[in-house]
Every structure is written in structure tokens, then in C-alpha cells.
Write a protein that binds this ligand. Structure first.
Ligand SMILES: NC(=O)C1=CN([C@@H]2O[C@H](COP(=O)(O)OP(=O)(O)OC[C@H]3O[C@@H](n4cnc5c(N)ncnc54)[C@H](OP(=O)(O)O)[C@@H]3O)[C@@H](O)[C@H]2O)C=CC1
Ligand SMILES: Nc1nc(=O)c2c([nH]1)NC[C@@H]1CN(c3ccc(C(=O)N[C@@H](CCC(=O)O)C(=O)O)cc3)C=[N+]21
Length: 300
């Protein structure tokens, strides 16, 4: 049986429509326009694509978008100065500093310099602590998007075995926290995990966030399982012409689609949901800052 394809692109559109409707209401009733500042240091071509997409979609939902591009050799102190200005700017409700940062910077120090109430990415130490202790938190966008798709597809997740492949601070760990909060039995696997295929094969829900093109094979997947592919990998695509690249996930889609019950594609899966959730987080931050009711159905 072929798996159901979970259409993240279509789902993200519905999330952005909800955000846009709430933004329109804020504008009309409270004269408030949520604003998102995105900071990009250096010239990573992939990051530039995301930053462009974010800017475009931010404008489309009626929010203000502020883009700051700094050269790769920028001193950390100058970046911290910019963050301090954005923290103090009442027109900015959400701040995202694109990762990874150049090696000469301390990413933890930079992220923790963002005012927690403007932490649209949910990476600040205080957001992480709130999430881990089950308190209301700004939830990281990629895991939040994955959770929304899982809830939509499954309904109640209670008691399901979830395996998160990858333990990064931006995807794996917060994903595991969210699944735990939804009463899954959670395993976090990583590069030192023994017999990865067998661990994955026990999963009712498998979230792959490793950054290894098409690593998850069909025999790693329990028949009928739900597979969420977070990976964004660019690989050579000679069939498209010399020097051309194509985007693949961390899951061998063509093979796994024959085994899984449901699967997200790459592109068109988790990626668009990530951006939609970033906009949702910015809207939530703007509502909180103004002491107004938060949008419903857009937080975890
Ligand atoms: N769609 C989206 O919106 C987003 C997509 N991504 C994509 O998701 C992927 C993961 O991103 P991110 O979490 O930042 O990546 P990191 O590189 O920070 O983390 C990768 C994780 O995978 C583990 N890992 C790496 N190789 C193996 C292996 N051979 N076997 C088992 N585990 C392995 C690492 O283990 P260890 O800790 O032991 O080293 C680590 O925990 C990337 O492709 C990235 O581009 C990321 C963010 C958003
Ligand atoms: N502070 C920070 N926050 C992030 O959320 C963050 C980050 N840094 N650094 C990089 C990763 C990666 N990431 C993606 C977002 C959207 C798509 C996306 O929209 N992907 C489209 C395709 C885009 C394309 O064609 O390149 C899709 O999957 O359909 C992908 C990847 C956010 N990240």
C-alpha cells in the first residue's frame, strides 16, 4: 500500500491564512502591525533562499518584514548591538537570527541576547526551559510545524512510540519535548545510537532530522508508520543538466512511501510549515506584547 502524502505546502497555506486574518483584525481594531526582523550574517546561498521566502511571506500575511544582512566578517559585538536595537524597537515583535553563524561568533551568546518575548524561533534559553518544564513557551518553528501535521493526521498521539532521529537544539530536542508533552513514548536517536535501523523500525511516528540525504531506508520503517522528513539536502542532479542540484530529505522517499502509512515530501513538507509557524509565533509575540488575546490554534 502506498502511504498518504502529507501536504505541508497546502497545510502551511491554511496556517498563513489564519495568521493573515488575525493580522487584518489587529490592524483594523488595534492599529497594530506585527513585525518580524530577520538577521543574516554572511552569504550562505541556501540561507538567502529562506530569508527571501520569509520576507515575501511575511509581507503577504500583512506583517512588516525587516531584513538585516551583515557581512560574514562582522564582529560579534556589532551583531549584539543590532540585537539590542531590535529588542528596543517597538515595531519589531519577532527576531530571528539565521543559523549557523560564522565560526568566530558564539551562537549561544547571540541567541540569548534576543529579548525572550521576541524570540520567534524559540531558541532562547528561557524558551527552552519553559518548554522543557511544560510551561507556556515560544515553540521552535520546525518542530511546531511537524507537530501540527502529526496532530492533523493522527488526532491524539497518546501512547504512540515516537523516534526522533537527530538531537540538535533547533530540531531534535524540541521535537522530542513536544511529542513527550503529547504523551508519546519518545526515543531520541543520534550518531552513537546502536542499531539505528532497528530503533527506527519500532516507531509509530518517525521524525528524521539528521541532514544525511535519503538515509532512512524502507526496512527502517514499521509498516503503516507516519514519517516526518525534516531534512533539507541539496544533491547533484545530473539528469537535470550539468551542475544542477535537487532537494532531497533525510528519507528515501521513493522506497519508504511503499511501506509507511503517511509521509511528508521534500520539498513541500516540513519546510513551508516552518515558515508558517515563524509567522504564527511573531503574531503571538505581538499579541502578548500588546496585552491582547492570542490567536487560537496557532500555538502548541
Ligand atoms: N525543514 C526545515 O524547516 C528545517 C530543516 N532542517 C534540516 O534538517 C536536518 C537536520 O538539521 P539540524 O538538526 O540542524 O542538524 P544538526 O547537524 O545540528 O544535527 C544532526 C543530528 O543528526 C545526527 N546524525 C548525523 N549523522 C548521523 C548518522 N549517520 N546516524 C545517526 N545520527 C546522525 C547528529 O548526531 P550527533 O548529535 O551524535 O552528532 C545530530 O544529532 C538538516 O538537513 C537541515 O537542513 C533544519 C532546520 C529546519
Ligand atoms: N534561526 C534559524 N531558524 C530556522 O528556522 C532556520 C535556521 N536558522 N537556519 C536554517 C534552517 C533551515 N530552515 C528552513 C526553512 C524553510 C525551508 C523551506 O521552505 N523549504 C522548502 C523549499 C525551499 C527550497 O526550494 O530551497 C520546502 O521544503 O518545500 C527550508 C529550511 C530554517 N532554518
Amino acid at each position: 500500500m502506498t502511504a498518504t502524502r502529507i501536504d505541508g505546502k497546502a497545510f502551511a497555506l491554511t496556517v498563513r491564512e489564519k495568521v493573515a486574518a488575525h493580522v487584518a483584525k489587529l490592524k483594523a481594531e488595534d492599529g497594530l502591525i506585527p513585525g518580524l526582523a530577520v538577521v543574516l550574517v554572511g552569504e550562505d546561498p541556501a540561507s538567502e533562499v529562506y530569508v527571501r521566502n520569509k520576507g515575501k511571506q511575511t509581507a503577504e500575511v500583512g506583517m512588516n518584514s525587516f531584513e538585516h544582512k551583515l557581512p560574514a566578517e562582522t564582529e560579534e559585538a556589532a551583531l549584539l548591538d543590532l540585537i539590542a536595537k531590535l529588542n528596543a524597537d517597538p515595531a519589531v515583535h519577532g527576531i530571528l537570527v539565521q543559523l549557523p553563524l560564522p565560526k568566530h561568533m558564539n551562537a549561544d551568546a547571540v541567541i540569548n541576547a534576543i529579548a525572550p518575548e521576541k524570540d520567534a524561533d524559540g531558541f532562547h534559553i528561557s524558551s527552552v526551559g519553559l518548554l522543557a518544564t511544560g510551561q507556556k513557551a515560544m515553540v521552535p518553528c520546525t518542530p511546531l510545524g511537524c507537530l501540527m501535521m502529526l496532530r492533523e493526521h493522527h488526532g491524539d498521539l497518546s501512547g504512540l512510540n515516537a523516534v526522533v532521529l537527530g538531537r540538535s537544539n533547533i530540531v531534535g530536542k524540541p521535537m522530542a519535548q513536544l511529542l513527550l508533552r503529547d504523551n508519546c513514548t519518545v526515543t531520541i536517536a543520534h550518531s552513537r545510537t546502536r542499531d539505528l535501523p532497528a530503533v527506527c523500525a519500532g516507531a509509530d511516528i518517525l521524525v528524521a532530522a539528521v541532514g544525511r540525504p535519503e538515509m532512512v531506508k524502507a526496512d527502517w520503517v514499521k509498516p503503516g508508520a507516519t514519517v516526518i522528513d525534516v531534512g533539507i539536502n541539496r544533491i547533484p542532479a545530473p539528469e537535470k543538466g550539468e551542475g544542477k542540484m535537487r532537494l532531497v530529505g533525510d528519507v528515501d522517499y521513493a522506497a519508504v512511501v511503499e511501506v509507511a502509512g503517511a509521509i511528508t515530501p521534500v520539498p513541500g513538507g516540513v519546510g513551508p510549515m516552518t515558515i508558517a509557524c515563524l509567522l504564527a509565533n511573531t503574531l503571538t509575540a505581538a499579541c502578548r506584547a500588546a496585552g491582547l488575546p492570542e490567536p487560537e490554534g496557532l500555538t502548541a
